[in-house]
Design a protein around this ligand. Structure first.
Ligand SMILES: [Zn+2]
Length: 419
């Protein structure tokens, strides 16, 4: 597959200018020159090119600052789109976002992860096609697809390195096969890292801050963002807090470690504990044979919200464990804030937020130096899918700052259909 022509015009300077315009919402050419350190002549040339390509539009005049009023430019959101696909163990969420990162269409469906990838990926591709058609999005304006899933994964090769949900997914070239089915570039990334960068993009966090994300859906993941960049480590398998050991004598986890946090604090652990309390299981009508334990988990969370003491105790116990992990990540990275993202915070998020905040306030090494704020994700339960789409946009827009060249290389590799 040929590389998308949209990529051909990308340059570092252009990416940097576009990102500054995005972050400022509306800005004059003079302010752009100050913000980027580029000359007025360069800014004029780049802005002329961006106007010509329809990526930005003129947006009236700013207040005069002594001289004549300055014409402002702003992003043109419908000029480009990207797609985020989140593959969860039970659910697949697809979103289409515009150039400003705002969702314009969404769908979700169940069951693909339990199929072999040869069957599942064409279904995902047809759902993406259907969503683009429903939203009346011109395919020529779609930059690419951010496919996000749990780890461990080989981001560069676009493959998952885990036998979950089934052995067939391990080492399967998910990114290149989806790219072939769709005829669009596909970038593979970690769901928690994607959710974390989505917060930055939506302006929900101070762009200079160092913050972490605790992501909880079926499993528990994490991400750390430093000055607008996902901290990648050596292989992009960072901050996997669900697999921090909290008991060296604990049971072996499928990941290979023992006593992993996920097996104490995650939704499946909570459902197991609730089922072991016959009175509670009966009261909440929990189904011990349910495939989708997230539904059973949501019942426990709803009961906790409603004041059921046993359900509340279980949720608080899970939150306490997450607080323990939050303290660990905050100590390692000296975080300013922790964002809670993912569908498993959707029901009892306020209980989790309060308990994790308490743990940080009480136990954090640097608590006398500064607080660490715990906040819910602005992108709600779709944070990972939206973040996946944002990672594709970011690889186009922020190339100039030099932090996303690897992302752009991977998207381009996906465009070329390489494994
Ligand atoms: Zn583990």
């Amino acid at each position: 597959m040929a590389r998308s022509p949209i990529w051909a015009s990308r340059s570092k300077t252009r990416g940097m200018v576009l990102d500054v315009i995005r972050a400022a919402r509306s800005i004059s050419r003079v302010e752009l020159a100050t913000a980027t350190g580029l000359t007025g002549a360069t800014i004029s040339e780049v802005v002329r090119e961006l106007l010509g390509d329809g990526l930005v539009v003129e947006a009236g005049r700013g207040a005069p600052t002594g001289g004549k009023p300055r014409t402002l430019v702003q992003l043109n959101p419908p000029a480009r789109y990207s797609v985020g696909v989140q593959l969860e163990r039970n659910t697949c969420v697809i979103v289409v976002v515009d150039l400003a990162g705002r969702p314009v269409a969404r769908t979700s469906f169940q069951g693909v992860a339990s199929m072999p990838p040869e069957r599942a990926l064409p279904i995902v591709a047809s759902q993406v096609d259907a969503l683009l058609t429903t939203a009346a999005v011109d395919r020529a304006k779609v930059l690419g697809v951010g496919l996000v899933s749990y780890g461990p994964q080989d981001r560069g090769a676009g493959v998952l390195l885990t036998p979950q949900p089934t052995e067939e997914w391990c080492d399967y070239p998910v990114a290149s096969r989806l790219a072939e089915s769709l005829g669009l570039p596909v970038l593979l990334d970690n769901d928690a890292a994607a959710a974390a960068i989505g917060e930055y993009w939506m302006g929900a966090v101070d762009p200079r801050s160092t913050y972490g994300c605790i992501y909880m859906a079926t499993g528990i993941g994490g991400g750390v963002v430093v000055a607008g960049e996902v901290y990648r480590g050596s292989s992009s398998n960072t901050a996997e807090i669900g697999h921090i050991s909290i008991d060296v004598h604990g049971e072996e986890c499928p990941c290979g470690n023992v006593g992993c946090l996920e097996n104490y604090a995650g939704p499946s652990a909570l459902v197991r504990r609730a089922l072991a309390i016959p009175e509670l299981a009966r009261r909440l009508a929990l189904d011990p044979a349910a495939d989708d334990f997230l539904t059973e988990f949501a019942r426990i969370a709803a009961a906790a919200n409603a004041g059921d003491p046993e359900a509340r105790e279980l949720v608080e116990r899970s939150a306490r464990y997450l607080g323990h992990a939050a303290v660990t990540v905050a100590v390692l990275f000296d975080l300013d804030a922790i964002v809670l993202a993912g569908q498993s915070f959707a029901v009892a998020g306020s209980i989790y937020q309060a308990v994790i905040q308490q743990e940080l306030d009480r136990r954090l090494f640097a608590r006398r130096a500064h607080p660490v704020r715990v906040v819910p994700s602005v992108n709600g339960a779709d944070a990972a899918a939206i973040g996946g789409a944002v990672l594709v946009l970011q690889s186009e827009l922020t190339l100039g700052i030099g932090r996303s060249e690897e992302d752009a290389r991977l998207v381009a590799a996906g465009a070329a259909g390489s494994p």
